[in-house]
Design a protein around this ligand. Structure first.
Ligand code: F6P
Length: 551
């Protein structure tokens, strides 16, 4: 079965939303709150450890009804079923999209090409478990008999961002192993990482779904040469088997690289790179925090999967957040969304979701093969609060652009420092309140009175200090940052991506644009090696010649 094809702009709901937008665009949220003192109790969803308050958005019940009608008109329910049931919804690559199977219980059945994949999923999970336990406990040792102290994940994109983000986010739960990440083909990156390492006690995890990625293979080769170099240790080529493992679908290429068959952690083509941290791509997470925490992360994601799959659209967190994003992107013309976690632990969440969201929904051809005539993928960006307040928040408060923002906060701190946490959370609440209300003339004048600012100076300053507010925010308030809640949070955004892709009528699970750059880089590399510049546009030719002359 193929995904339904509907141009969203041709639906009845879209046309009603357009009219509704013209009625709502000049109504402020302050008025909406003034008219309805119970607004927050209407526009929130409470689910497990999550409270999602979306009342600080420019919407009424009618907006939500129309957005839900849009989701129904594009047959979202049918699409969700196909997604979870392993239909080849990545149609341009003829693949299923089944990261949800990686976190499903062992007794479930997920059939791909007539075969239940769950036994294989659990075989690999057990392999991850045993391997992690042996490395963490010191049972499995390096080539000189010493226990491992360091792990290096070598990968890029989905083979780096997910494990790096989660290992960082869960560092409170970490064991003694130091986990490092090498991704960029920039040799300075790999050199900075390996200069701190001892080859005798370091484990290398090469992660590449395709095992053809230039960056990852170059870094893996550089690291293998360093490992074998007698300048740093005494390793021989037979010791590579003890220190290098790989995660890939391409078993042949991994074997050619010299990795022992026992040290290969397989994955499947039905796991997209940017959704793969739940597979063996998450091996370095399991090494960093232990398999039980890794498994808890998967359980949390599975709970969100169930919520997404079984809850009505009105109460469904990923669906509601996706619909709100469409409301601003397609009707208000918002181009970007900010994501501000109020915990330093989630400092890598925005870069991680940049790949998930922008690689998935940065598409301009509809599922009908025709160019779309409406906006698709949002630009996503963000940094933790409170740091970001002192960096770019001014633009969100008073700039000319509309930037809907997700605030993610936790009720309980991990280290128990309540004083810091209360200060952190007071900022969390204050910012969404400030974005909603702005500052009125009366408030500014009252401040001026207290400060004895009067006359022309007061008139002049007033213009800059008054601002309208009315900036939309979602508040995602979670009990505590745990492996479970983190898993659920990531899955929430994964499903938001899916819902938006369905409504925008695009294919979210391929990335042909990225492939072009890879192809060109390979042919330019040949030119750089040979010193002969072939035919390019005038600018590229000019730059290449300049580079070759001066390198
Ligand atoms: O950035 C493009 C991409 O194909 C991603 O989708 C993927 O996560 C990354 O490259 C790395 O690919 P691989 O795991 O095959 O090395």
């Amino acid at each position: 079965m193929a995904l339904p094809i509907t141009n969203p702009t041709a639906t009845a709901a879209w046309n009603k939303l357009q009219l509704h937008y013209t009625q709502l665009k000049n109504v402020s949220m302050q008025e909406m709150f003034a008219q309805d003192p119970e607004r927050a109790s209407k526009f929130h969803i409470q689910w497990n450890d999550f409270l999602v308050d979306y009342s600080k958005n420019i919407l009424t019940q009618e907006t939500m009804d129309l957005l839900v009608a849009l989701a129904k008109e594009v047959q979202l329910e049918n699409a969700i079923q196909q997604y979870f049931e392993g239909e080849a919804i990545n149609q341009t690559e003829n693949r299923a999209v089944l990261h949800t199977a990686l976190r499903a219980p062992e007794n479930s059945s997920v059939v791909v090409d007539g075969k239940n994949v769950m036994p294989e999923v659990f075989d690999v999970k057990n392999k991850i478990k045993n391997f992690s336990n042996d490395i963490i406990s010191g049972k499995r040792k390096g080539y000189t008999g010493k226990a491992f102290t360091d792990v290096v994940n070598i990968g890029i994109g989905g083979s780096d961002l997910g494990p790096a983000m989660v290992a960082d986010a869960l560092q409170f739960y970490k064991n003694h192993l130091n986990v490092h990440f090498v991704s960029n083909v920039d040799g300075d990156h790999v050199n900075e990482v390996i200069k701190k390492l001892n080859p005798e006690t370091t484990l290398f995890v090469i992660v590449s779904k395709t095992f053809t990625t230039q960056e990852t293979l170059s870094n893996a080769e550089t690291i293998r040469s360093w490992f074998l170099s007698q300048e740093f240790g005494t390793a021989k080529s037979e010791d590579v088997a003890k220190h290098f493992v790989a995660v890939s679908t391409n078993i042949q290429k991994v074997t050619e690289f010299g990795i022992d068959a026992q040290n290969i952690f397989p994955m499947w083509d039905w796991v997209g790179g940017r959704f793969s941290l739940w597979s063996a791509v998450g091996l370095s997470i399991s090494l960093a925090v232990g398999f039980d925490h890794f498994d808890a992360l998967l359980q949390g994601a599975h709970h969100m999967d169930k919520h997404f799959r079984t809850t009505s659209f009105e109460q469904n967190i990923p669906v509601v957040l996706a619909l709100l994003s469409i409301w601003y992107n397609n009707f208000f013309g918002a181009e970007s969304e900010a994501l501000i976690p109020y915990t330093q632990y989630l400092q890598k969440l925005a870069p991680y979701l940049q790949q998930g969201i922008m690689e998935s929904n940065g598409k301009s051809v509809g599922r009908d093969g025709k160019p779309v005539n409406y906006q698709t993928g949002t630009i996503i960006w963000g940094e933790p609060g409170t740091n970001s307040q002192h960096a770019f928040f001014q633009l969100i408060h008073q700039g000319t652009k509309l930037i809907p923002t997700d605030f993610i906060g936790f009720i309980k701190p991990l280290h128990g420092n309540q004083d810091h946490h209360d200060k952190l959370m007071s900022n969390f609440f204050a910012q969404t309140e400030a974005l909603l209300n702005g500052k009125t003339e009366a408030q500014v004048k009252a401040e001026f009175d207290k400060q004895n600012i009067t006359g022309a100076k007061a008139d002049f300053l007033l213009q800059f200090k008054v601002f309208a507010g009315n900036k939309p925010t979602n508040t995602i308030l979670i009990e505590k940052l745990t492996p479970e809640t983190l898993g659920a949070l990531i899955a929430l955004y994964e499903h938001k991506i899916f819902v938006q892709g369905i409504i925008w009528n695009i294919f979210s699970y391929d990335q042909w644009g990225v492939e072009l750059g890879k192809q060109l880089a390979n042919s330019i590399l040949d030119e750089i090696h040979s010193g002969t510049v072939k035919e390019h546009d005038n600018s590229t030719e000019f730059l290449l010649k300049y580079f070759l002359k001066n390198k």
